[in-house]
Write a protein that binds this ligand. Structure first.
Ligand SMILES: NC(=O)c1ccc[n+]([C@@H]2O[C@H](COP(=O)([O-])OP(=O)(O)OC[C@H]3O[C@@H](n4cnc5c(N)ncnc54)[C@H](OP(=O)(O)O)[C@@H]3O)[C@@H](O)[C@H]2O)c1
Length: 247
């Protein structure tokens, strides 16, 4: 009988993993999305959408659906979901692996300042008005209302609603990947002085980091949440190897 696999998704890696597992007859994959984006990309495997209802809800889901293995392929900053996966897997003895992109490392020419979170990033921008590119996702945006003196360029997949309560904000709706050259154009066109970003890792959103380096623009980088004591792989191929091993 096919083994039941649950992938916690919302990332390119989760989608690619689903694609690679979709035709396997020995496993039945379900991909879980939080339901944050209005028009999510299509997936190659069946999808369930919405929160589980905390750790208890996930424990129940794992039991009811007889999940044989759990792959946490959420974004590195989806700390609550990953913590819930860790606890629920322990409570149910479900094998768990984290599929997580390694963070970017600074190279020569990068002008990075690491900050703990978006609130610290907003404070670190300083009192002088600056042109700031916010590329941190909609959920973190609200903190920048504390620093209304700056002019913000805000990019997100879905509209920021309600808009940020500042006098100068320009919104762009777009979905990656974003290459270096278009990112350079964007930074130039808006005379960006500071980029605020997460250290997401991977290629798809590295363009803004490379563009900032090329133009000598500062980057405020939000630190990643602390890692959990969970076996971790960094590629889709390694996740499949892990899966074959535990099954
Ligand atoms: N944070 C980012 O920067 C970022 C960037 C790109 C994509 N994403 C994706 O967006 C989604 C939400 O991220 P987040 O940072 O808001 O998560 P989060 O803060 O860790 O999670 C908050 C709650 O949302 C629900 N949830 C999150 N991911 C889920 C999933 N894959 N399936 C079902 N429920 C999920 C859970 O609700 P319950 O407690 O009710 O189960 C969780 O407790 C994730 O799928 C993540 O991979 C996040």
């Amino acid at each position: 009988m096919a083994k039941n696999i649950l992938i916690l998704g919302g990332t390119t890696e989760a989608r690619l993993l689903g694609q690679q597992l979709a035709n396997r007859s020995d496993i039945a994959v379900t991909l879980s999305l939080a339901g944050r984006t209005a028009s999510p990309l299509t997936q190659a495997v069946p999808v369930r959408t919405g929160g589980f209802g905390g750790i208890a809800g996930l424990v129940q889901y794992l039991r009811v659906h007889k999940i044989d293995a759990l792959i946490d392929a959420t974004h590195p900053y989806a700390a609550a979901m990953s913590a819930h996966a860790h606890c629920a897997a322990m409570q149910t003895d479900t094998p768990l692996v984290s599929l997580c992109r390694p963070p970017w490392s600074a190279v020569g020419g990068d002008r990075w300042t690491e900050v703990h979170d978006a609130a610290e990033a907003a404070r670190t921008l300083g009192s002088e008005p600056r042109n700031v590119f916010l590329a941190v996702g909609r959920q973190e945006i609200g903190h920048f209302a504390q620093a209304p003196q700056h002019r913000y360029l805000i990019r997100s997949v879905d509209p920021v609603d309600p808009p940020l309560a500042v006098p100068h904000a320009h919104y762009i709706q777009d979905r990656g990947p974003f290459g270096e050259e278009p990112e350079r154009e964007l930074l130039r066109a808006h005379a960006i002085e500071v980029v605020v970003a997460k250290n997401s890792g991977g290629e798809a959103t590295y363009g803004k980091i490379a563009a900032a380096r090329a133009l000598g623009v500062s980057v405020l980088l939000l630190q990643r949440p602390p890692a959990l004591p969970v076996p971790t792989v960094t590629t889709v191929g390694e996740a499949i190897t892990w899966l074959d091993h535990v099954l």
